[in-house]
Write a protein of this length. Structure first.
Length: 573
């Protein structure tokens, strides 16, 4: 069925019922939560691995090729057979920054695959807002897209229709100017005779990491406050078992089921939560951990469907309270494992025929574009940097953006590291790269914008690479000819070495003016780089993916394109 998603009337809970005939009233209700996060449209099985502990050899870890929608479907079906009283949950970023097989069709294939899998509920993540609220609502409710976007198709299902999601989207902390939520804040499920509430929230940092125009008029409130508000509302309705599904995360040390040195935003949020909340399913950071914080399970299952987070609850039927809980992260091994030790320890799952057929349909439709050769490369363009410097992937994209906008007078280009989603690796035997390879690297479909900035503004932008929270540094990747140095021991706001900014070896003075190219996300102040919004004399350019394809094609016409070896960002002690 299609969910009508009006903005103004979504504070009512949606109720479901699962009541096995064999349940005894005096026994606790046994209920399973099956969660995954940050799927990002990874429908096809690939060579992505998850480091999983060997099931019978202590201390040994295996790299298990995992994921793919058809294999995810099988693993979920197995877990449901073990425990029919199960709820399947997506914790955000189900779509967005997706591979071509999903993105080429506006991520409609991913929603259709989740309908087949039997997803019960989905909490929106920041990437659900990549194309704006209007497109997000359409993706949830169904209907063909009416706004053209390059080569992207819509309603490419064999039926010629797009029916939308058979499951509700949740967002408790996304509200309009009147305080009305974008989607329902929670749902209630009646399972084995007890009621469980599921509240969803997305990271409050979303406005800084998506295009502002797509979320105009919407506010992203603090996660803990929204979760606590609706936990109180659920308790007032007599719901005692409450699960918070939060598209925010952290990180830990150790393996997929460890919790050594937990740190990050989600753990700060958890410590602010009402004690009525029993379990926290987290996301966003693509990490795997299995923690107990203040007596509550806090779990995340990496990304791309490589893991399922399984939480088993026992709930007292009389009080409705959770009396026991256990949790684990479970790999989803696909059929691409060829290491005998891996195959023996993690037998490959059989893909769901129904889901596999759906994915094959879209893969076949995408193949002509995805497999189109673009050029050749002589080595891997990776995202690994040299301790706070630029990297080969970033240099490639920045150089491509600069080349594409020289016609507008561009002298410098910057690209954001979060927009580079994967390494670019040559294919055997001749180093060919395809359009699909480039799309996987740069999937957002941003346009390029060239603007005028002063040297002082550029330095201010570079100082903004250090986040106020102190947790991370977002090193903008610069184009050829632009160099600077920074000090690790510098004070905040004064880490760039004075006088180190240079273009083609010549010092950049504060009053000098330069034509600078960035993608439309950065141009709108994305990732907190607000000074880009002050750029003057703006001129629009091509799509970023087209600029990259043209650059690789032209630079590899005579010989394979090799990664640029020279660093452009230099760290001083």
């Amino acid at each position: 069925m299609r969910f009508a998603l009006a903005v103004c009337n979504l504070l009512a809970a949606v109720a479901f019922a699962v009541a096995p005939a064999w349940a005894q009233p005096t026994e606790p209700a046994r209920i399973r939560l099956i969660a995954f996060n940050d799927f990002h449209g990874h429908l096809l099985p690939g060579d992505l691995t998850i480091a999983a502990p060997h099931p019978s050899i202590a201390g040994r870890t295996l790299a298990v090729r995992s994921g793919g929608a058809a294999f995810l479907a099988t693993r979920i079906a197995e877990l449901r057979r073990e425990q029919p009283a199960s709820v399947v949950i997506s914790s955000g970023d189900l779509v967005g920054a997706s591979p071509l097989v999903s993105a080429l069709f506006r991520d409609e294939p991913t929603i259709e695959a989740m309908n087949q899998i039997g997803l019960d509920l989905h909490v929106v993540g920041n990437h659900e807002f990549d194309q704006g609220v209007t497109e997000l609502r359409r993706l949830a409710a169904g209907g063909c897209a009416t706004t053209p976007r390059g080569d992207l198709a819509t309603c490419a299902h064999p039926t010629g229709r797009y029916e939308g999601a058979n499951f509700p989207f949740l967002a408790a902390n996304v509200v309009d100017r009147e305080g009305r939520t974008l989607f329902a804040p929670y749902v209630v499920r009646a399972v084995e005779g007890v009621r469980i509430g599921f509240i969803g929230a997305v990271t409050r940092t979303t406005p800084g990491i998506v295009m502002p125009r797509g979320i105009a008029g919407w506010r992203f409130r603090a996660e803990a406050g929204a979760l606590n508000r609706y936990a109180g509302e659920l308790r007032a309705q007599g719901v005692q078992a409450i699960v918070a599904v939060v598209h925010e995360g952290g990180e830990t040390d150790g393996g997929i089921n460890d919790c050594v040195n937990p740190r990050g935003e989600i753990f700060d949020i958890v410590r602010k939560l009402d004690r009525a909340i029993d379990v926290v399913l987290s996301a966003h950071t693509h990490r795997a951990y299995n923690c107990t914080i203040d007596g509550r399970i806090v779990i995340q299952g990496a990304s791309f469907g490589r893991l399922l987070s399984v939480v088993d609850l026992e709930i007292d039927r009389a009080s409705g309270e959770v009396v026991r809980s256990t949790s684990r992260n479970l790999p989803v091994p696909n059929d691409r494992n060829d290491d005998p030790d891996v195959v023996a320890a993690f037998p490959p799952l059989q893909p769901s025929p129904q889901v596999a057929a759906l994915v094959a349909h879209y893969a076949e439709r995408a193949a002509p574009l995805a497999q189109r050769p673009i050029g050749r490369i002589a080595g891997s363009f990776t995202r690994r940097d040299a301790d706070g410097a630029d990297h080969a992937a970033g240099r490639l994209i920045a150089d491509a953006h600069l080349a594409a906008t020289r016609i507008h007078g561009a002298q410098i280009a910057f690209t954001n590291p979060g927009g580079i989603r994967t390494d670019l690796v040559p294919r055997e035997p001749d180093g060919t790269v395809t359009y699909g390879d480039l799309f996987a690297m740069q999937p957002f479909g941003n346009t390029l914008v060239t603007m005028t900035l002063t040297g002082a503004q550029i330095e201010t932008i570079l100082e903004a690479q250090w986040r106020r929270d102190g947790e991370r540094v977002l090193f903008l990747q610069p184009s050829e000819g632009f160099t600077y140095a920074w000090r690790a021991d510098g004070e905040r706001g004064a880490r760039i070495v004075k006088g180190s900014l240079k273009l083609d070896g010549r010092p950049i003075r504060p009053d000098d003016r330069f034509r600078v190219t960035v993608n439309s996300f950065l141009a709108a102040g994305g990732d907190g780089f607000r000074v880009f919004r002050e750029g003057r004399d703006r001129v629009g350019g091509p799509l970023d993916i087209d600029a990259l394809a043209d650059f690789v094609r032209s630079r590899s016409a005579d010989a394979p394109l090799a990664p640029a070896p020279q660093l452009r960002i230099h760290r001083q002690p």
